[in-house]
Design a binder for this molecule. Structure first.
Ligand code: SF4
Ligand code: SF4
Length: 483
């Protein structure tokens, strides 16, 4: 008996409905050369400006799947143009920076694509003590980071929720020189409503959980053992997170595990489900691809996607869910990241080390890495590179600290008012970075950019306050200004 599709259902198989995905793929294939339909979809998705700001309609999973199926180069370029237009309307030229912090690679799951899987006996197992976390955080603060994403394997004995909560408290407690970590996002295994409530109380930013693959059958093959084997429990995790009070959740699939069109439709259906049930879509979507690591050969996964398809996926996500931040990590090299920034990525990691305890080591360690880092530049190099391409590196964490999360964040975003916060906040947090951490050349380029960009703040009073705060930071130790 077929399972009904229902975006509002609490059941994974109903809101991520296999038959609906298959129908979507057939529909997309049948319409991929339908120029009139594609034109109307692109017109629908384009930003619409009014006296209050700008709004975007987004696209459904079916509509966006038609764009993704399209193979005509000229049409693909138009998709990129609309994606860039949306990005410019909501994110301007700002890019938010963050770093991952690996706490522990103990894990009882058997995920076939991850070197931390329980059967891997060659990888050294390591779990940071609170003192070691303090040292890692100081190293991250000394680089200039303000926003972290903590990562840990699933292991109720070695990494219980109490360990995660203690670690968050430790991270927020460290204030080294002018540094502090102002937002801790959390990427840990699916858990209970009660544990999500405790994470919320600990002051986390976004709860991130990658689905890996939305195809149940493939999911079960790839997760043969451990609690993560339970597809429904994993897929319904974001609902429990919302019930626990976490209203900023981050989705993602690991591209390469299953056909990308299937994953793309599933991802958007997940976003539609959250919108239908909780009135707010995902805060972020991450787009990782399978990468080499200890005991992992990406060639064993036969759904690898080339760079041009990967870029098309990012552009189509940008067009479909315009208000959702999009994240790319150092899994990708400089050239891929440059292209992806143009079509809608709004957050990137920089200076990352993906091993447990990696930031306190002089030389990048590889023994406990979760994946090969393709972009190995320092944070200073990434910041300079962004500015050379006219992106403003932002270390802003203002919204979550001002209580602008979930539907309050989305309401602000949809009204276009976010532009009055993000731009000056980016310039002020960049000033902090330039004063405290940048090399002389980065500092020079940065202040030239700030001077230029200050004139682009539309509201005069906001412009004046931002300029005054920037001056105060340049002339002394005043820090942490925000709108
Ligand atoms: S992906 Fe996560 S759950 Fe799976 S083995 Fe790696 S750390 Fe463990
Ligand atoms: S003001 Fe809010 S939305 Fe804008 S960059 Fe800062 S945290 Fe993000």
């Amino acid at each position: 008996m077929s399972i009904p599709y229902n975006p509002s259902s609490p059941k994974a198989d109903e809101f991520i409905n296999h038959d609906e995905i298959l129908d979507t793929l057939i529909y997309a294939e049948a319409h991929k050369n339908d120029t009139a339909l594609i034109n109307s979809l692109l017109e629908k998705a384009r930003p619409k400006f009014n006296e209050k700001g700008c709004t975007c309609a987004g696209l459904t999973h079916r509509e966006a799947s038609v764009l993704l199926a399209c193979e005509d180069p000229a049409t693909i370029q138009r998709i990129y143009d609309v994606a860039a237009e949306i990005k410019q309307a909501f994110y301007g030229n700002r890019i938010v920076l963050f770093a991952p912090l690996y706490l522990s690679n103990y894990c009882i799951n058997g995920c076939l694509y991850c070197p931390y899987h329980t059967k891997n006996k060659t990888i050294p197992r390591k779990k940071l003590t609170q003192d070691e976390i303090r040292a890692e955080v100081i190293a991250l603060q000394d680089m200039g980071h303000k926003r972290l994403a903590i990562e840990a394997g699933e292991d109720p004995v070695n990494n219980p929720i109490e360990y995660i909560l203690d670690s968050i408290a430790t991270i927020y407690s460290v204030h080294h020189k002018n540094g502090d970590i102002r937002r801790v996002n959390v990427n840990i295994a699916a858990t209970t409503v009660e544990n999500y409530r405790r994470l919320k109380e600990a002051g986390i930013g976004t709860y991130i959980l990658f689905q890996e693959t939305y195809n149940r059958k493939r999911y079960e093959e790839l997760h043969p053992t451990g609690p993560k084997h339970d597809y429904a429990y994993h897929t319904e995790a974001m609902d429990r997170a919302q019930q626990g009070g976490i209203d900023d959740v981050g989705l993602g699939v690991l591209f390469g595990l299953e056909g990308y069109r299937y994953e793309f439709a599933g991802l958007l259906m997940h976003a539609e489900h959250l919108e239908a049930v909780f009135g707010v879509g995902p805060h972020t979507i991450s787009v990782p691809r399978v990468k080499p690591a200890d005991d992992i050969d990406p060639d064993e996964f036969n759904n690898a996607i080339p760079d041009d398809v990967f870029t098309k996926i990012a552009a189509c996500i940008r067009v479909a869910v315009p208000y959702t931040g999009m994240i790319i990590s150092t899994r990708e090299n400089e050239a891929v990241r440059a292209k992806m920034l143009q079509v809608g990525i709004s957050q990137i990691s920089g200076g990352s080390r993906t091993s447990v305890g990696g930031y306190t080591e002089e030389v990048r360690p590889h023994d406990t890495e979760q994946f090969d880092v393709s972009d190995q530049r320092t944070l200073d190099e990434v910041v300079r590179w962004l500015m050379e391409q006219d992106h403003i590196p932002s270390f802003c964490t203002a919204c979550y600290r001002a209580g602008r999360t979930g539907d309050r964040f989305m309401a602000l975003c949809k009204s276009g008012q976010i532009l009055n916060c993000c731009h000056p906040n980016a310039l002020m947090t960049l000033t902090e970075y330039l004063e405290d951490y940048a090399s002389p050349e980065t500092k020079r380029i940065g202040y030239e950019m700030i001077e230029r960009e200050l004139t682009r703040i539309p509201r005069e009073n906001v412009r004046e306050i931002a300029a005054k705060n920037i001056e105060a930071m340049r002339n002394g130790n005043a820090r942490d200004f925000r709108f």
